[in-house]
Design a protein around this ligand. Structure first.
Ligand code: AMP
Length: 599
């Protein structure tokens, strides 16, 4: 559709009238960042003025930033937990939000081993939908013709739980894919997926992946972009193809769906598009049979223009394998979001992963920032509240920790993400995602911190006692060279009686004991999603950790302040560790996990 030049946007010429409106919205929001933020806070505070949470801070009806900042404390999940528990147990009074809590969104961040529960209200879905609606208009500025084909996206739902009072608790994407906004979305030529809704809405990870891959193969020439939410999801999909191409080719050849797919809605919808196609089956076999996976994405889907996956933050570890699979196709990181709140989008999605910046949309919530200087950490206490900055106050090059207040009732909540200002679009800062605080290991959605890793070590150490053996030092590493990736834990052991040390099977049991102690997101990824492989313990020679210290000191570390790093990523250190390995052991079974959760 030709677009009138009067509707052209500073971001670039929109592809259609609808895009012009979306781009104009981005311009309006980013030009008026500060007034929009002021207004959002005022709306949140007036909407939730009568809630128990806000009442206790005696705002007396004030909705301005100054009063809010002086009276309302900055909090973390532990502060929120008593309120969350009451809602989960059925208290329907306006505790955090004056609007009814429609469900809990379960974050991949955990507390006491379980996913954090984020209360949400129905209206938030529209706000999220609004952010989604801005993504393609931006993409269309850079990649023309996306309305001439389809997107192959591997999208999944996960198991839901119910709180004692019957509220649903599920991940935000599960909530979104199951929503009417997604299921009955109007036809948009720029947003046509190869995966029918039914294939996405199946909770069985194998059946969902199988049917989505099959549909992707059937429409292979129409596919213009391939993606998953996070890079790990796309890597997993290619691994799935490696393991299942023979069966997939058989289905394509015969036109009959494998009987491993038992979900009746998938069978019904796939049967409408699956017809015998021996030529395509032959093609799949030829491309997959020799075990060469280099460039497999562009070989099977030759018209793919880019990979739509997040490769920032912990996902950066998957860039090399995606480059290998796709012959270096651009990887677009389109948005930055969380269970608590969707934050913003990338206005220049074709840049290199290292240059990706996200522009927080000021209409999504009220955002504040704690200056982050690792050398001079700010102490946050209720008695001496720090001076938090607004979106409009941030300085180029500086790092900040994100704090949010949302329409659902989170007030000055620390998300835990560290961001750095890399530029501005109009008056809106553009952020590089630096890292999430306290995350040591992450392969997929899992986020394991130092305390959790220590608890896992402690759990496994119990098994070593009867062999008079203790773990004297340890460190860890997220190995993504295997697919799926897995945790590697390096152990230096002290055996009081080496002749009667722990046998091989006991060390394998130690791997499992560690997994049993890790949080539920880790265990779900291991058991239900198969997105993390068995944990590995590599026992290293005695003295290895001392060598590690010598190495660090030779590179300038202070001998007095040296601490064993609990996670390593620096290649020379890993090479040193690997060269000292005396034995390696893998978890012999999957740890325990059920979709039921503790409340
Ligand atoms: P969850 O609440 O489980 O949805 O996880 C949200 C967290 O995932 C965020 O707070 C970030 O730490 C991380 N995350 C989300 N989007 C991105 C992104 N585009 N780049 C890097 N990390 C991200």
């Amino acid at each position: 559709m030709a677009v009138d030049s009067t509707t052209s946007s500073p971001l670039g010429p929109p592809a259609c009238e609808k895009d012009a409106k979306a781009l104009q919205f981005i311009e309006d929001m980013t030009k008026n960042c500060d007034p929009v933020q002021e207004n959002v806070l005022s709306e949140i505070l007036s909407q939730n003025a009568a809630t128990e949470y806000l009442q206790q801070w005696n705002l007396d009806g004030a909705t301005d930033r100054k009063t809010f900042k002086s009276k309302v404390p900055v909090i973390s999940y532990d502060d929120l937990l008593p309120y969350v528990n009451r809602i989960a147990n059925g208290d329907r009074s306006p505790i955090l939000s004056s609007h009814p809590i429609s469900e809990f969104l379960t974050s991949s961040g955990t507390s006491a081993g379980e996913r954090k529960l984020m209360p949400t209200i129905a209206a938030e879905m529209d706000r999220r939908q609004k952010l989604y609606s801005l993504l393609m208009p931006v993409m269309n500025l850079y990649v023309p013709g996306l309305d001439k084909g389809k997107g192959l996206y591997f999208l999944f739902i996960k198991a839901e739980a119910k709180t004692p009072s019957g509220l649903v608790a599920r991940p935000v994407l599960t909530s979104y894919y199951k929503s009417q906004q997604f299921k009955t979305r109007p036809f948009d030529p720029y947003n046509v997926y190869t995966s029918p809704n039914e294939t996405i809405l199946c909770v069985d990870a194998f059946q969902s992946m199988y049917s989505q891959m099959l549909c992707g193969l059937l429409f292979r020439e129409e596919v213009l972009r391939c993606g998953a939410v996070f890079a790990s999801g796309l890597v997993r999909a290619i691994k799935f193809l490696q393991l299942n191409w023979q069966q997939l080719a058989m289905d394509v050849e015969s036109g009959n769906l494998s009987n491993k797919i038992t979900d009746s809605s998938i069978r019904e919808c796939v049967s409408k598009i699956l017809k015998p196609n021996p030529e395509l089956a032959q093609f799949i076999r030829e491309e997959c049979c020799d075990g060469n996976w280099e460039g497999i994405i562009t070989r099977i889907w030759p018209n793919t223009k880019y990979l739509d996956v997040i490769v920032t933050g912990a996902m950066a570890q998957y860039i090399p394998i995606l480059d290998y699979y796709s012959g270096n196709l651009p990887k677009t990181c389109t948005m930055y979001a969380s269970s608590e709140c969707y934050f913003g989008l990338n206005l220049t999605p074709m840049v290199k992963p290292s240059e990706v910046c996200y522009t927080i949309m000021p209409n999504m919530g009220y955002f504040e920032f704690i200056p982050h200087d690792p050398e001079n950490p700010v102490t946050i206490s209720r008695d001496s509240p720090p001076q938090l900055l607004d979106l409009a106050d941030l300085e180029l090059g500086k790092e900040y920790e994100l704090v949010i207040s949302t329409y659902s009732g989170l007030c000055r909540y620390r998300v835990g993400d560290i961001l750095q200002v890399k530029g501005f679009h109009n008056s809106a800062p553009q952020f590089k995602f630096i890292r999430r605080k306290n995350v040591l290991l992450s392969i997929d959605a899992d986020k394991t911190d130092e305390t959790e890793l220590q608890a896992a070590i402690d759990n496994a150490s119990v098994l070593l006692k009867e062999f008079n053996t203790t773990v004297v030092e340890y460190t860890s590493y997220g190995d993504t060279k295997t697919i799926p990736g897995h945790y590697v834990i390096y152990w230096e052991l002290l055996m009081k009686d080496p002749a009667n040390g722990p046998p091989e099977n006991m060390l394998a049991q130690c791997c499992l004991a560690m997994e049993e102690a890790l949080n539920s997101v880790y265990r779900q990824s291991r058991v239900a999603d198969n997105s993390i492989g068995p944990l590995e313990i590599r026992v290293v020679k005695n003295g290895t950790f001392e060598e590690l210290m010598d190495y660090a000191i030779s590179r300038g570390a202070s001998i007095n302040q040296y601490k064993v790093p609990r996670c390593v990523t620096f290649t020379p250190i890993m090479e040193l560790l690997d060269s000292r390995v005396v034995s390696a052991h893998f978890s012999p079974a999957a740890p325990h996990w059920t979709s039921e959760r503790r409340f």
